[in-house]
Design a protein around this ligand. Structure first.
Ligand code: ATP
Ligand code: MG
Length: 271
């Protein structure tokens, strides 16, 4: 069973409250309470982010996208390629820390970002890694759909309503990794991704995982990726050969930081 770490704010106290005026004490209590409330709001109330229990969801093979080969336990060449990629990532992460938060992107839509991310998550989990998938493709969220999950609460509700992460996180059985889905298209994506609350939530979740995989909108269609780059250590680019011209590909890669570029996954190649 995985361990969940906790983030706590411990009250500081000198333990000496003798000889104090009650009126001042009452005022102090109010003031301290107001200040602590403001501080909690500013940092998205890390206390609220304690992960108590993650709901376990049994995946139904009938509802999973057929191209999620590593979740469907098929014995294909693709599965062995994902296993190799997982090992490469684990090795690279050991040699070049920190390499935990991985952004998965592509130049255009429908190149297979979400499938690659979920296949990779499953391969990493099979290698004993604690993995979280976060659906930060807020314009076309599809993690729930591809996994056949019913999602009532997701990332945006957690941020906007200040919900506990454990209300939205799901542990996938038997795949062995966790997902933080997005329920529906988000209108003001930049507002959410640039918010201190989003940053605080990612920090709070960080300690629970070896890898956090972020789905994203395509590089050439949304500036959201620029915000996600700020929250991630490295980027994996998914390419569907023949779909994107070399010049568009070069343009997309130019948006990324060369030093933190992990590599390219060629998806949908035929042998
Ligand atoms: N290797 C593959 N072979 C065949 N079909 C695939 C492969 N990978 C993904 N697909 C199919 O292509 C479609 C798009 O895949 P996916 O949703 O992963 O792409 P995406 O880049 O995340 O798309 P979007 O831009 O809509 O988010 C899906 O229907 C999926 O089943
Ligand atoms: Mg997608």
């Amino acid at each position: 069973m995985r361990q969940s770490s906790e983030i706590r704010k411990m009250p500081s106290s000198n333990g000496n409250d003798q000889g104090r005026n009650k009126d001042i004490d009452d005022k102090d209590v109010d003031t301290v309470f107001a200040e602590s409330q403001a501080l909690e709001r500013a940092s998205f109330g890390k206390i609220q982010h304690r992960i108590r229990k993650i709901d376990e969801v049994l995946l139904s093979p009938d509802r999973i996208d057929p191209h999620l080969v590593t979740l469907l336990d098929s014995n294909s060449e693709a599965v062995s390629q994902y296993q190799k990629l997982a090992v490469t990532m684990i090795t690279t992460a050991i040699k070049n820390p920190p390499l935990k938060r991985v952004l998965i992107t592509s130049a255009h839509h429908s190149e297979g970002r979400t499938c690659v991310m979920l296949n990779l998550a499953s391969a990493l989990a099979k290698s004993g890694q604690r993995v979280l998938v976060i659906d930060t493709d807020l314009l076309r969220p599809s993690v729930s759909r591809l996994l056949g999950l019913d999602t009532e609460t997701g990332l945006s509700e957690m941020i906007r309503e200040g919900f506990h992460p454990d209300l939205a996180l799901k542990r996938l059985i038997p795949a062995g990794f966790d997902v933080l889905p997005t329920r529906a298209k988000v209108e003001n994506t930049a507002e959410l991704l640039a918010s201190p609350d989003f940053a605080a939530m990612m920090m709070a979740l960080d300690g629970n995982y070896d890898f956090m995989l972020f789905d994203s909108a395509p590089l050439l269609s949304s500036p959201d990726v620029n915000l996600l780059i700020l929250h991630t250590h490295t980027t994996l680019m998914v390419v569907h050969p023949g779909k994107t011209s070399t010049s568009k590909m070069a343009k997309a890669i130019s948006y990324l930081n060369e030093d933190s570029f992990l590599g390219v996954v060629l998806n949908r190649i035929s042998h």
